[in-house]
Design a protein around this ligand. Structure first.
Ligand code: ADP
Length: 464
């Protein structure tokens, strides 16, 4: 059974239940009101009859004044011995008691009686003459009109309920249809996406955006976007890895072919093969490191690291790289203690500083500074090189990303576009942050922010 039918059925059952309950209440209370009105009339009639009736000397009853009871009201006076002593004009010739069962009653009693197929409401009142029980007075009302009214009320209630149920059923069906139709759209779109493998499709938002269905559609579309990005980044990653592997393999194969042709070990070819194997080894190492870092499983030592000492070491190494072509200088250096992995942090510094040297044209400068403030260490590497195009900046920390101008391999021909990605993950695994600002033609500045050792340990002890 479809959800629409189930929901309509449930709503109709609830409505049907409520209507039935209210009909019972209306019918029962109307009946009670009608019957109590009849009872009041019977009581009044009985009182009127008693007022104008006297026991005669012969033991009968006589009426001392004219009384009009209405054609629907019947009256009888019965003596204690069971003889009929008087009756209303409309009962002339009728010798049966209006309510035989109540003849011996000692107090007023109302009863419903069916007499010759006629429904009567009978009030039996005991009569006392001169302090002694004389007999009973029975006053009855023909209930045909009341029964008819009750029957009409019941029919009206049933007919109105059926119409109300029908009308509500149609409205229900339409509103459920309107609410659930977008869900069918979600199902159809999801199936189409599966069939066509096209993750760029989105489910159209037909209804209001903030109701449950709207939220579901938006959440589904968000999932699709993330899935699309993930698959696209996997595809790009495979293409990038393939591309990076192809160049060294082509070089190696070319050199092997050359040596085979000339029939001897050519020293130049061997050096070239060695270079490319080294490059491949680095690539595989970087990829493994990145995979571990991205999964949060990068094995990091937690030692006290004198970041200023590490920086000086890197500075000395980078000086060799910079030769006389780039002015490499330390503008400020504070004593900074970090808790972390010395080798990994050194790798980050080396990457940032060697990038500065690599991408800055001869004659340029790279300025380094290390300072601390408010529990944090601030390292900046600023060059006055060509800068990074604005459109590349948001992607600079992505795997294999190389800004357009450096795509043709940087000056040393060694870059894979993985260095900054690895730096990003190493810094983030040290609870730090890395930022870049750059203006084309003016230069680039990388800033690394790391928590100082005591700050980290006090933070840790607080959290323990
Ligand atoms: P690569 O090994 O290619 O240097 P990185 O991940 O270290 O890889 O850098 C990614 C890209 O960021 C580089 O290819 C280059 O386009 C750009 N880049 C990094 N540092 C600088 C810089 N100091 N100046 C200009 N461009 C830079």
């Amino acid at each position: 059974m479809s959800l629409k039918i189930r929901l309509t059925f449930v709503q109709m059952s609830i409505l049907g239940g409520i209507l039935m309950l209210s009909n019972i209440v209306v019918y029962a209370s109307s009946s009670v009101i009608l019957i109590s009105q009849v009872d009041r009339t019977l009581e009044r009639n009985a009182a009127d009859v008693i007022n104008v009736t006297r026991a005669s000397t012969e033991g009968g009853v006589e009426t001392i004044a004219e009384l009009s009871l209405g054609f629907n009201v019947f009256m009888q006076v019965w003596a204690r011995d069971g003889s009929l002593k008087g009756a209303s004009a409309n009962l002339r010739g009728f010798s049966q008691s209006l309510d035989r069962v109540a003849l011996q009653t000692s107090e007023p009693v109302f009863r419903d009686v069916i007499l010759d197929g006629i429904h009567l409401r009978v009030l039996t009142v005991p009569l006392i003459v001169e302090g002694r029980p004389f007999g009973v007075l029975q006053v009855a009302n023909n209930m045909a009109i009341v029964d008819g009214a009750r029957q009409d009320l019941l029919t009206a209630l049933i007919v109105v309920s059926i119409f109300a149920m029908g009308f509500a059923g149609v409205l229900d069906w339409i509103s459920i249809q309107n609410t659930l139709n977008p869900l069918e759209g979600v199902t159809a779109a999801a199936l189409q996406i599966t069939e066509t493998n096209d993750l760029s499709r989105r489910i159209p938002l037909l209804g209001p955006p903030n109701d449950e269905v709207g939220n579901l559609v938006q959440a589904f579309n968000l999932n699709l976007s993330q899935l699309e990005q993930l698959i696209e980044s996997q595809r790009r990653f495979l293409a990038d890895v393939g591309h990076e592997l192809r160049t060294p393999l082509t070089v190696i194969k070319g050199n092997v072919d050359l040596m085979r042709r000339i029939g001897e070990m050519d020293e130049e070819s061997l050096v070239s093969i060695e270079d490319e194997v080294e490059r491949l080894t680095r690539l595989v190492g970087d990829l493994l490191l990145l995979a571990q870092a991205e999964a949060g499983k990068l094995p990091l030592e937690q030692n006290t690291v004198e970041l200023d000492t590490v920086l000086l070491e890197v500075y000395r190494q980078a000086k060799v790289l910079a030769k006389d072509q780039i002015a490499l200088k330390i503008e400020e250096i504070d004593q900074v203690l970090i808790c972390g992995d010395r080798d990994r942090l050194k790798q980050v510094l080396l990457n940032l500083i060697s990038n500065g040297i690599k991408y800055t044209p001869p004659g340029g400068q790279v300025a380094i500074s290390l300072s601390k403030a408010e529990g944090k260490a601030y390292l900046s590497v600023a060059d006055n090189g060509p800068g990074i195009p604005e459109e590349d900046l948001p992607h600079i920390f992505e795997r294999f990303y190389r800004a357009e101008k450096s795509r043709l391999r940087s000056r040393d021909g060694k870059g894979f576009g993985l260095g900054l990605s690895i730096a990003y993950w190493i810094i983030h695994n040290h609870q730090g942050d890395i930022e870049v600002t750059s203006r084309q033609g003016e230069g680039t500045t990388f800033k690394v922010i790391l928590p100082l050792e005591q700050d980290l340990s006090s933070g840790l002890s607080e959290s323990i």
